[in-house]
Design a protein around this ligand. Sequence first.
Ligand code: AP5
Length: 212
Amino acid sequence: MIIILLGAPGAGKGTQSEFLERRLGVVHISSGDLLRDHIRRGTELGKVAEGYMNNSLLVPDDLVIDMIVDRLAEPDAAKGVLLDGFPRTLPQCKALDNALHGQRKRVDQALYINVARDMLVDRLSGRWTCPEGHVYHEKFNPPKHDRICDIDGKELFQRPDDTREKAEKRLAVYFEQTLPIIGYYRDKGILCEIDGERPIEQVTEDLLNCLK
Ligand code: AP5
């Protein structure tokens, strides 16, 4: 099964991926996590991507497409994939279709978590992240102990692109460059839209209902 998770920065894609990966037994592939890993390892891709990400811009399509196509070719992807943060532009949608077509696969379901723009900046600027990827929010989803991950006890940090100013810019990029791809999947008849302003557990249930 190939599922893509769509939604603005802060809509809850990473939060929901944690639950869906476990419930569905698929592999969670996040383009943002892969890019941040390249930056940490100091690869050529990481060095180029860092400049775009620090400026809240999308990394060029060809670089991201190659990275995702390579990841989809890894053996664990054969058990099913949940794509988070990719595709983000129409060329990325088409490149994904072509890559899957070559493996006699296709996107089975596009899940769209819809959250109003004014709520997204509050979500991003209050987010705290664990080095292992678990996400919290200082008001909406706080950890049991201040700045410590409930799951692995690691110290939480704030992503450098989660300042209010950078969040506003990422949202502007999303509404201009990424929102149009919702229509691409709606036209294919595989889009399921859910209200991402409901509590986290209810959003999970709604997403699972889309997949029934
Ligand atoms: P990426 O890492 O993909 O970030 P993003 O899409 O901007 O998404 P976020 O991770 O910020 O938000 P999310 O939807 O996962 O929200 P979360 O669950 O954490 O991309 C980073 C950068 O990499 C991009 O800017 C770009 O430069 C580059 N990039 C990545 N992919 C690319 C691509 N395909 N092409 C080109 N460039 C690319 O939730 C947010 C907060 O809300 C948390 O605090 C959480 O606790 C809280 N929350 C979640 N759900 C709820 C709820 N229901 N109620 C209340 N609070 C909630």
